[in-house]
Each structure stands twice: as structure tokens, then as C-alpha cells.
Design a binder for this molecule. Structure first.
Ligand SMILES: [Zn+2]
Length: 329
């Protein structure tokens, strides 16, 4: 990496819109140091998904929250973009929480404000399968329900980032129509480059950009290609979205977990309803591109003609812009 690029990386806000850690109160959050050491400024880490009971999501949130708050010399539980900026200036690592799927509400709209008060800043509507709010990407998507529409409005009101990843095609278009503010796909890749049900079509990418939202590119090998995390492959996904809607609508949500003692294949195989056959989930040794690839990726982005401002946008400024509006802070 040349000096200029190295300087760009050292100075840039680096925003990872979604980590792929399997949530549980037992997770050792020292794994967050992996992001810190790679120069990341912020990560959104999931405290629950629809595979879990909502009570387990709350228990995980409670455990993570207490762990973070007990270590103020290293971590900031960010409620605003100002918190993230301040954490950076003090050499601390910022994070907030996300929840993947509205089963966590247990049918109760008031829970959105409760989660928000406890540090959740991003919620997804479904986790692959339909639920009471939304349709999933691996299901016969029934669209956004009346309850789901009320969820969007309440998220807009309390300042929760509306996230369309894992939802079905029709549902995502409904969400983007309903939302008063910008909407993201925190960790989804374009279907045009790799055909997978978890990836998103060009009309979804265009609709997201029309809200002034951001698509976070996912680093999981089976969503990038045939378990392929080559830099050129990531760049192909990035280039496709950029050609379609412009560099302002691109970020990263690596979906990465450094907890290598977990056998992801075993977890995925245990629930073929959430992770169906024929979608590469049975791939042996699924690879993840994570924040450690950023220096090489910055090189590749610069070499392929992206300007420094574009690259700063990809690394974090685009997500920061959207979060500032969605969070009202
Ligand atoms: Zn996910």
C-alpha cells in the first residue's frame, strides 16, 4: 500500500454495519478487539435474531450491555454519530447493537423504544423466514404486514435505523415505500453478480438509493460467490452497485465473526428451515472477508479508479450520513 493510501486508511472513519457473531450471553466480547486492531472505528453487533426466543435476545442484550459499560476505557456504547466521533477522537472503539428479525418484539410495538433505550440502533424485519411483521428472503414472502408498517413508523419515530437485509424482495420494497427516512441493507450483495436468495436485485438497490440509503457489502464467501472472498470478487460487487446507483450508496457490513471456535456449518445444518438446502449453507469451511482485508481492498479500490472521497464514503462516511438522519443524532 502506498503512503497516501496508508494515510487514508489511518485517518478514515471505518464503519462495519454488521458483525456475524452468533448471539448469546456466553459470547466473550473480547473478540471486539479484532475490529479495534484492524483499525475499525465502529461495528454494529447483533444481540438476537428470529432463530432465538425474544427472551434470549433480551438476556443477550443485557449481558453485552453490562460488559461494554464496565469497560469505558476501551469501548463506547454509541447512541449517536456524535458519540462515534468522540470515541474516535479518544482512541476508543464504538459499537451499538442490532436485532435481526421482529420476533424480538413479541408482537409489541412498545419494545422498539425499549430496545432503543438499551443501545439497539438498527433492526431488521425478518430473518430469512416470514414473521408477524414481514416476509423473509428464504420464504414465500407475504410482504410487509399492517403490524410491519406500524413497526416502520415507530422505528422512524424513535430513531432506529431501518434495515432490509434478510427480508424478502416484496417486503423490502414495501418497507422502503413506508419509511420516512433513509433505509439500508446492512449486509447484502447484488444478485446480478452472484445469484443467491440472500442477495438483492437491482430494483431493490435502486429503491434503497432513492431513500438516500446505503448497501453494506457482505464478506461471507457464499454470498460473494462460490465461497470466494478474493479482493477482485468483492470489487466486482462494489463496482456493480456503484455503476447502478453511484458511490454514495455503498458501505461494508462484513457479517464477520472472529470466533473461530464456533463450527458455523454445524449451526447452519441444525436449522434447515432458517438456512435451507440448495443455498450453499452446507459448504465446508465457509470463508469470511473481514476488516483485515481493508488495506488490500483500499489498494484495489484506488487502483480501479475510485477517488479518495469515494473510498472514504465506502469505508464509513456513507453509513455515518444515513445513521445521522435515521438516529436523529
Ligand atoms: Zn445476518
Amino acid at each position: 500500500m502506498s503512503d497516501n493510501k496508508q494515510q487514508l486508511y489511518a485517518d478514515a472513519l471505518v464503519w462495519d454495519a454488521h458483525a456475524g457473531v452468533f448471539p448469546s450471553p456466553q459470547v466473550d466480547l473480547n473478540l471486539l478487539d479484532h475490529w479495534r486492531q484492524q483499525g475499525a472505528s465502529y461495528v454494529s453487533i447483533n444481540v438476537g435474531f428470529d432463530v432465538m426466543d425474544w427472551q434470549d435476545t433480551l438476556a443477550t442484550l443485557a449481558a453485552y450491555r453490562n460488559w461494554i459499560l464496565a469497560r469505558p476505557e476501551r469501548f463506547v456504547l454509541a447512541g449517536s454519530t456524535a458519540d462515534i466521533d468522540q470515541a474516535r477522537s479518544e482512541g476508543k472503539f464504538a459499537l451499538s447493537f442490532d436485532i435481526e428479525g421482529m420476533n424480538a418484539l413479541n408482537g409489541n410495538l412498545d419494545m422498539i423504544g425499549v430496545y432503543h433505550a438499551l443501545g439497539v440502533r438498527q433492526m431488521l424485519f425478518a430473518y430469512n423466514l416470514n414473521n408477524a411483521a414481514a416476509g423473509g428472503c428464504h420464504d414465500d414472502d407475504h410482504g410487509l404486514t399492517e403490524f410491519g408498517r406500524a413497526v416502520v413508523r415507530e422505528m422512524n419515530r424513535v430513531g432506529m435505523l431501518v434495515d432490509c437485509s434478510h427480508a424478502g424482495h416484496r417486503t423490502t420494497l414495501d418497507i422502503m415505500q413506508e419509511s420516512a427516512g433513509p433505509v439500508v441493507f446492512s449486509h447484502s450483495n447484488p444478485t446480478a453478480v452472484w445469484d443467491h436468495q440472500r442477495n438483492i436485485h437491482d430494483d431493490q438497490i435502486r429503491a434503497c438509493a432513492a431513500t438516500d440509503g446505503v448497501i453494506g457489502l457482505n464478506g461471507m464467501g457464499i454470498f460473494l460467490g462460490d465461497n470466494d472472498i478474493a479482493i477482485e470478487t468483492l470489487l466486482r460487487h462494489l463496482r456493480h452497485v456503484s455503476d447502478l446507483v453511484g458511490p454514495r450508496h455503498i458501505g461494508f457490513g462484513f457479517d464477520y465473526s472472529p470466533a473461530l471456535d464456533i463450527d458455523i456449518g454445524e449451526i447452519l445444518a441444525s436449522r434447515p428451515d432458517f438456512w435451507p438446502a440448495g443455498q450453499q449453507y452446507d459448504t465446508r469451511g465457509i470463508k469470511h472477508a473481514g476488516p483485515e482485508l481493508l488495506p488490500a481492498l483500499i489498494d484495489a479500490m484506488a487502483d480501479s479508479g475510485f477517488a479518495a472521497d469515494d473510498i472514504r464514503g465506502f469505508l464509513g462516511e456513507n453509513f455515518r450520513r444515513v445513521a445521522a438522519r435515521a438516529w436523529h443524532a
